[in-house]
Structures are given as structure tokens and as C-alpha cells.
Design a protein around this ligand. Structure first.
Ligand code: BJW
Ligand code: ZN
Length: 262
């Protein structure tokens, strides 16, 4: 028998039922969700940022101390890429899921603003944001000038702005290796995990970076059904009840369509 077009063969009925019945869905996203918008991931072979750049020279507090111009220029280059990108069908499908379930908590490791621009109002940004820099010395927020950054081509050094309060250097508002996650973000995650999550969707993350990678396991321990959407195998494969192999921009709209016939 040919599969119905509204029911892709790789989306099991049990998963559709779980989503239809869910009262609280947690969606955890990683770089793979923005990949189809043209934003590079970190660890994918060939295309991943860490294939071309050394994380310890760019994404640590000591890297910023050693070479603030290199680090600020690299992040301005990435901010420019994001400003030139658009949300893709995966971001939009997450907005649609939120319309169908009584409660959706969106947790993202991404530092872009594509979830917000797709229409998700309050994503929890676990690893901060390219759009909220702050002073490296006194931590006061810094307001970026409007418009896309000027001339930050890849590898170009750009002097970070100075804090108007203390004169310290302004740093990107992201979470680097060895730094704690923002308190308010982790508190919101803990609260969401304690509030009867029925289904957790882990989408486009390698599940290698902690503590974010512990979220699906914690949800599972709280009784949630864990579902992974990723074209590649990850550390989460053994914990997930369903592994939907494919690109988020294709699988998620199909999942929404099959679940709610949207
Ligand atoms: C698709 C797709 C498509 C492709 N559709 N899918 C041992 C040594 C040193 C440190 C540690 C250690 N063990 C643990 C640590 C701690 C460390 C850590 O976890 N390190 C591991 C790498 C080992 N964690 C931390 O340091 C964290 N802080 C912390 O633990 O605080 C406590 C503490 C304080 C003080 C001292 C010690 C501890 C902070 C982590 C911060 C992570 N920061 C970054 C950079 C953010 C800024 C920036 O953007 O530059 O966050 S690293 C980078 O990884 C970024 C991401 O958010 C994060 C996760 O990556 P993600 O999203 O999973 O991307 P990828 O590329 O890994 O995966 C993409 C996936 O998409 C792949 O699976 C593809 O297949 C898939 N995909 N196309 C769907 N179309
Ligand atoms: Zn300052």
C-alpha cells in the first residue's frame, strides 16, 4: 500500500498521538535549525565553524583578553551573516506547533534571532545572543548601533566599542566555554522541566555541549517522550524514543502537517 501523502512513512502514529495529546511541549534547538537559513553550524564536517576556526581562540574569555579585535571582528561578521539571513521552514513550524499545543517552551542554544523573527515570542537563549553585547569589565549592556555591522569581513580585526560607564571593552553577549549560563535562562529551563513536559523535541543539535545536552535526559527522567530531529546520529540517539533522520526544515513541517493536518 502506498503511504498517504499527509502521513510521511517515517513519522510513527504513536508520535502523532503523543503530540496531539501533549499539554506541554519543550523544543530544544541547536545550530542545525538555522543551517537551512545559511548560518553555519559548529561541528558539521566541512561546513562547521569549528572546522575552520579554533574555538579556544575565539569562544573563550581568555581569547577575548588576548585578542579582543580578532574576537569582536569574528562575532560582528557572524552578526552580519545573521542579519542577512531569514527564518526557514523549521523556525516557522515551531511557531505553528505553539499554536496547537496548550503550552510550548522554546529553549535555544542559538545566538541568532531567527526564532524571534519567525514569530516565537520568548525563546530561552541558553548561550546568549549576538544582539546583546555587554561590558567585559562591568557587565553593563551596550546598545549596538542600528543597521548591519560595517565591513566585518571574515578574519578582519575590529576594535570593540568602549563602555560608556567605565571605558571597558564591550564583549559579545554570548556564553563562551567555561562560562556559566545566564541564571535566568537556566532557572526557566529547570522550571519548565518540572512542569509536566509530555514531549521534548531536540532539533538540530549535536548534544555534545553541557549543560544544554543534559536537558533531554532530564525531561526523559521527568516522564517526557524524547524525539530527535537530525540528519546525523548524535549522543542523544539512545535516549530518544524517536529519531527522525532528516533536515529540520523538511521534517518539522511534515510533522506539523501529519499531526494537525495544517
Ligand atoms: C541539522 C541540520 C539540519 C545540520 N536540520 N539538523 C571538558 C573540557 C572542557 C569543558 C567541558 C568539558 N566537559 C564539559 C565541559 C563544559 C563545556 C562543554 O560542554 N564542553 C563540551 C564541548 C565538552 N560547557 C561549558 O563550558 C558551558 N558552561 C559550563 O559548563 O558552565 C559551568 C562551568 C563554569 C566554569 C567552569 C567550568 C564549568 C558553556 C558552553 C557554552 C557553549 N558556547 C558555544 C558558543 C556560543 C557563542 C557562539 O556562538 O560563538 O555555543 S559553543 C557552540 O556549541 C555554541 C552552540 O550553542 C553549542 C552547541 O552546538 P550545537 O547547536 O549542538 O551545534 P553543532 O554544530 O554541534 O551541531 C549541529 C547539529 O545540527 C549536528 O548534529 C548536525 O547533524 C545537525 N544539523 N544541519 C537539522 N538542516
Ligand atoms: Zn563597563
Amino acid at each position: 500500500m502506498r503511504p498517504s501523502p499527509a502521513m510521511p512513512p517515517d513519522i510513527p502514529e504513536q508520535l502523532l498521538c503523543a503530540l496531539r495529546d501533549a499539554r506541554h511541549v519543550i523544543v530544544l534547538t541547536g545550530a542545525g535549525v538555522s543551517a537551512e537559513s545559511g548560518i553555519p553550524t559548529f561541528r558539521d564536517a566541512m561546513a562547521g565553524l569549528w572546522e575552520r576556526f579554533e574555538a579556544e581562540n575565539l569562544a573563550t574569555p581568555s581569547a577575548f583578553r588576548n585578542d579582543p579585535e580578532l574576537v569582536w571582528g569574528w562575532y560582528e561578521w557572524r552578526r552580519m551573516q545573521v542579519m542577512q539571513a531569514e527564518p526557514n521552514p523549521a523556525h516557522l513550524a515551531i511557531v505553528k506547533i505553539a499554536l496547537h499545543v496548550p503550552r510550548l517552551t522554546l529553549i535555544t542554544q542559538n545566538v541568532d534571532d531567527l526564532h524571534e523573527r519567525a514569530g516565537s515570542s520568548t525563546p530561552i537563549h541558553l548561550h546568549g545572543s549576538l544582539f546583546h553585547p555587554r561590558c567585559f569589565a562591568c557587565a553593563r549592556p551596550y546598545t549596538l548601533p542600528p543597521g548591519t555591522p560595517r565591513e566585518p569581513t571574515n578574519g578582519r580585526r575590529v576594535a570593540p566599542p568602549k563602555c560608556s560607564h567605565c571605558g571597558g571593552r564591550v564583549r559579545p553577549g554570548v556564553v563562551w566555554f567555561g562560562e556559566s549560563l545566564p541564571d535566568h535562562a537556566w532557572r526557566a529551563v529547570t522550571k519548565a522541566l518540572e512542569q509536566d513536559c509530555d514531549v521534548l523535541l531536540s532539533i538540530g543539535t549535536s548534544s555534545l555541549v553541557y549543560p544544554a545536552a543534559s536537558i533531554p535526559t532530564q525531561a526523559c527522567e521527568h516522564g517526557a517522550l524524547v524525539v530527535q530531529i537530525n540528519p546525523a546520529a548524535t549522543e542523544l540517539d539512545e535516549i530518544a524514543s524517536f529519531n527522525l533522520r532528516g533536515r529540520a526544515g523538511e521534517v518539522l513541517p511534515a510533522l506539523v502537517q501529519a499531526t494537525w493536518k495544517d
